[in-house]
Structure formats: structure tokens, C-alpha cells
Write a new protein. Structure first.
Length: 138
């Protein structure tokens, strides 16, 4: 795992992201559009999490993290961290049963409970946008 999104010395470029994602690159761009459309004024920042994990894109609004997305080989990993109010709202939302089960199984940390979704198809984008919408509302 060298170069591209794992090279600490430089932030990934669109070309690096496209190389990692391959045919899944359009999912990345569509997901970014969906998240950007939720709120104007969001801030995107690449963060490095170490050699094993590489770079991910953190999207925040008014310094509050909304979502973290990471290009993977053939898919996009999207993570949302919920505080207690947002977590309760997510459990009450009309979400797929697998997503609700993952939320219920999420470990509770002081900063909240997190869920990761693998974006492998266009329908996964709408789920991730819905999860981010719940986060923003609470």
C-alpha cells in the first residue's frame, strides 16, 4: 500500500482517487455532489490516519463533522458518527434493516456511535445522504 491515498507526504489528487476507485469513481463524484447539496458552506479536508488507513476526506459544517469518505479498491467507504440525539433519530428513521442492525451494534464511544457504509451502487448514495441528513438535523 504505497502511493496514492497512502502516501503521507502528499494529499491525494482526483487522479489518485480515480486510480484507487477504478470504475467506482462516478460513485465518489455523485456522493460528493449529494453531500454538498445538503448544506452550502461545508468544508472538505483531507486527513491522514496512518500507513494502514491512508487519507480520507472529512466533510464538516461549521466545524462539525458531517461525514468522512474514503476511496477503496472498487468502492467508497462512508462513515457517519452520531451523538446520542442523532443516534436515536437514526434508529427511528425509515432505514434498511441491515443499516438499523449496524447502528444497534455500533460501539458507544464518548464522541458517539459510528456507522460505515460501503458505497458500491448508486442506491447506496441515497442511503449515505439520508444518514448525513439525520446527522445534520441533530
Amino acid at each position: 500500500m504505497t502511493g496514492g491515498i497512502y502516501d503521507k507526504s502528499k494529499q491525494p489528487t482526483d487522479s489518485d482517487v480515480a486510480d484507487v476507485l477504478g470504475e467506482a469513481y462516478p460513485l465518489w463524484t455523485e456522493l460528493l455532489v449529494g453531500i454538498r447539496n445538503l448544506v452550502s458552506g461545508s468544508v472538505e479536508e483531507w486527513t491522514y490516519s496512518g500507513k494502514k488507513y491512508g487519507w480520507s476526506l472529512r466533510i464538516a459544517y461549521k466545524k462539525r463533522p458531517i461525514i468522512r469518505i474514503k476511496p477503496q479498491a472498487g468502492f467508497v467507504s462512508a462513515g457517519v458518527l452520531y451523538g446520542s440525539e442523532a443516534y436515536d433519530a437514526a434508529l427511528a428513521a425509515d432505514l434498511p434493516s441491515e443499516t438499523l442492525a449496524a447502528l444497534r451494534e455500533a460501539v458507544a464511544y464518548p464522541e458517539g456511535r459510528g456507522i460505515r457504509i460501503e458505497v458500491r451502487a448508486p442506491e447506496d448514495i441515497s442511503l449515505v445522504v439520508k444518514l448525513a441528513t439525520i446527522k445534520l438535523a441533530h
